[in-house]
Design a protein around this ligand. Structure first.
Ligand code: SAM
Length: 343
């Protein structure tokens, strides 16, 4: 890739101290609650799953008032797992995950902003009591998501990485994604919600602190996201939800012009994947026990006992991960060429 483009693509932007400071100020000092946000980018506008709604009733209102996420990054089958939340903010998603992983699981939240961490830390014992646990299963670490090594997150130590409305704010997205794949165990899952753009964002908008702080102008063009994770060795990701963000503020609307923004919930896995969907004549049968139907992505919904033809990558996602216990995969002896239906 042409080095000049890397900066424009906002993937390997040099570590930009001024932008990091302005993001810290934005989330630490400028906005005090989600009512202060200027756009719908850092808001979850799609329906929240019923099991998550039920847990939210137990989350402290102060924590909820500083929730700035754009989706619901909560995959199933988390009990007993170790989950890492990148940019955990006031801790809303970590406390939800605390309930989902149960007393034998562990949740680690990472954030760089003192004011956000202060709130998150001060409500750990409240939620430990609320969920009836003997000891906390959540910790918050102060650090940068571009460098998880220096805060002691070991190689292959995490089952699931989640994040909600944060990765767009990073000034070095390549480091973030490469750290994610370093810390994930083999077979681990990255499941996150973030803001992406429908075209590349010009430098002049990237430099605008409000547009950047509001999770807009740091957003990756979705095709550059694909290129980035492909370059790291993970050439297939799946979209669960893709919602166009409706920008209502007229000044911001004028500045962004023709650029479209999307709140997208994505998953990928630390498993060997191919760059195209290949057909090995495989069929997946969902055995149940997670939910009534298992939604891998927006075109793979598995009903209990239905036989669904799948490509090699889908097979790896279901067979080489924690979802293996819930599926029977039949076939895999002959290669038939490219997978013909969606996959
Ligand atoms: C839009 S808020 C989302 C917070 C949280 N995920 C939520 O849903 O409420 C972005 C958060 O990411 C944190 N953040 C942004 N860039 C970061 C970085 N490079 N390293 C660590 N934290 C970062 C900010 O401090 C802020 O708390």
């Amino acid at each position: 890739m042409d080095p000049a483009c890397k900066k424009l693509y906002n993937i390997e932007q040099v570590y930009d101290v001024q932008t990091v400071k302005s993001v810290k100020d934005y989330y630490g000092k400028v906005i005090k609650t989600n009512k202060d946000l200027k756009t719908g980018a850092c808001c979850t506008e799609e329906p929240i799953p019923a099991n998550i709604e039920a847990i939210i009733k137990d989350i402290h209102p102060k924590v909820l008032s500083r929730y700035y996420g754009c989706g619901s990054p909560f995959p199933p089958a988390l009990e007993g797992k170790t989950v890492l939340d990148l940019g955990s903010g006031s801790g809303r998603d970590c406390f939800i995950l605390s309930k989902l992983v149960g007393p034998n699981g562990k949740v680690i939240g990472v954030d760089m902003t003192d004011e956000q961490l202060e709130i998150a830390n001060s409500y750990i014992s409240y939620h430990t009591d609320r969920f009836g646990y003997d000891k906390p299963n959540v910790i918050f670490k102060k650090g940068y998501i571009e460098d998880l090594q220096s805060i002691g997150i070991e190689d292959e130590s995490i089952d699931v990485v989640v994040s909600n409305g944060v990765l767009n704010l990073s000034t070095n997205k390549r480091n973030v994604y490469s750290e994610i794949f370093r810390v994930l165990k083999s077979g681990g899952e990255l499941y996150f919600s973030d803001v992406f753009s429908g075209s590349r964002i010009p430098e002049s908008l990237v430099k605008d602190p409000i547009l950047y702080g509001e999770c807009l102008s740091g957003a990756l063009y979705i095709e550059d996201f694909r290129r980035l994770i492909t370059s790291l060795g993970y050439p297939d990701y799946r979209t669960i939800i893709n919602r166009k963000i409706d920008i209502k503020d007229s000044e911001i609307k004028q500045k962004i012009g023709i650029i479209d923004f999307y709140s997208i919930t994505i998953r990928t896995f630390k498993v060997p994947l191919e760059d195209r969907s290949e057909d090995y004549g495989q069929v997946a049968v969902y055995k149940g026990n997670i939910e009534d139907k298992f939604v891998l992505d927006n075109h793979h919904v598995f009903k209990i006992n239905d036989q669904v033809p799948i490509c090699g990558n889908t097979s790896a996602m279901l067979q080489k991960t924690r979802y293996a216990d819930y599926f029977d995969i039949i076939g895999e002896s002959v290669h038939y060429g490219l997978f013909k239906s969606s996959g």
